[in-house]
Design a protein around this ligand. Structure first.
Ligand SMILES: [Zn+2]
Length: 310
């Protein structure tokens, strides 16, 4: 039997956006700062907007006894709002971005990164490296702008070879749900075609620059990676989509999510990561956590919980 993977469907997202016009008008939570220091590195998150997702994508069969948890997780209704936070690492010599954002062609509520970076006075050609956690549209499609030009034209793009191979496999589309395969596979192919010459393959243990390395965090996708930043005695991990929800991913890591390509592997990765982040007292940034998405893992009962830092 061919294994099936979830992949989003543009039509579904746009329907979600219409259904939640009122919800979308709600202000995002206020926060003190979107920047933290890790040794001599300055790490900032920028909003790329948010995605409106049908809750059924995440929770296929809701359990009425878990209503309180769903509500705390922002998943108590038919549609939930998943914020997008892109990380920029400023080293003494370089600007390094983690993920490209969604770009102009994903959904009406996404693709805000270019404006956010411009507002902060960031020169796009000064970004020297982009590390891609995985090939989903909200992470990859921003590699190309409105004019089909490279958004960050001077950068080298780092991606796990396993992830690249998954999206490059002509069979990749056939392994996804039928109604989604076109948009997803074609979208990834177009972006990878555009950026291929600037791609450098990396794997766990490789150092991108001194103090910035990769951890394999497969499960959400086949070759998903997270970015580990060490400077002095400080540590921070940019998680990508290894932990996607501030309640469920941290408190119930064993629950399967329909957005993970390999749900069992993703659950095992979450448990391993939570132990590691807690034991190493690392800060973390999650792509879909509430803005500014910077926090820590804290003990809660017999498990863990998310604590926002700023
Ligand atoms: Zn994502």
């Amino acid at each position: 039997m061919t294994e099936k993977f979830w992949s989003p469907n543009r039509r579904e997202f746009i329907a979600g956006a219409a259904a939640t016009a009122a919800l979308s008008a709600m202000p995002l939570p206020a926060f003190a700062s979107n920047t933290v220091k890790v040794g001599d590195l300055e790490i900032t998150t920028f909003s790329d907007g948010h995605i409106n997702l049908p809750t059924s994508i995440r929770i296929a069969k809701p359990d009425p006894s878990k209503k309180e948890i769903y509500e705390r997780a922002g998943q108590g209704g038919e549609v939930f709002k998943s914020p997008i936070n892109v990380t920029l690492i400023r080293t003494p010599d370089e600007l390094i971005l983690v993920d490209f954002g969604s770009g102009p062609r994903f959904t009406p509520t996404t693709g805000k990164l270019e404006q956010a970076l411009s507002d902060a006075g960031i020169d796009f050609s000064a970004i020297s490296k982009v590390i891609l956690t995985h090939g989903h549209p909200d992470h990859l499609w921003g590699s190309v702008n409105d004019f089909d030009e490279l958004t960050f034209p001077e950068a080298t793009y780092y991606i796990a070879e396993k992830e690249f191979a998954f999206w490059r496999d002509p069979e990749a589309a056939a392994k996804m749900l039928p109604e989604d395969r076109q948009a997803f596979a074609i979208g990834a192919k177009a972006r990878f075609d555009a950026i291929e010459e600037r791609i450098k393959f990396v794997k766990e243990g490789d150092e991108i620059v001194s103090g910035i390395g990769l951890i394999e965090t497969n499960g959400h996708t086949q070759g998903h990676v997270s970015v580990e930043v060490n400077s002095g005695s400080d540590k921070l991990v940019v998680l990508g989509d290894a932990l996607t929800n501030h309640v469920i991913s941290f408190e119930y890591p064993e629950w399967h999510s329909g957005t993970d390509h390999l749900p069992d592997v993703a659950a095992a990765t979450r448990k391993r990561l939570l132990d590691r982040l807690h034991n190493e007292k690392a800060m973390l940034i999650g792509y879909h956590l509430p803005p500014p998405a910077i926090g820590r893992v804290v003990k809660s009962g017999s498990g863990y919980a998310y604590e926002a830092l700023t």
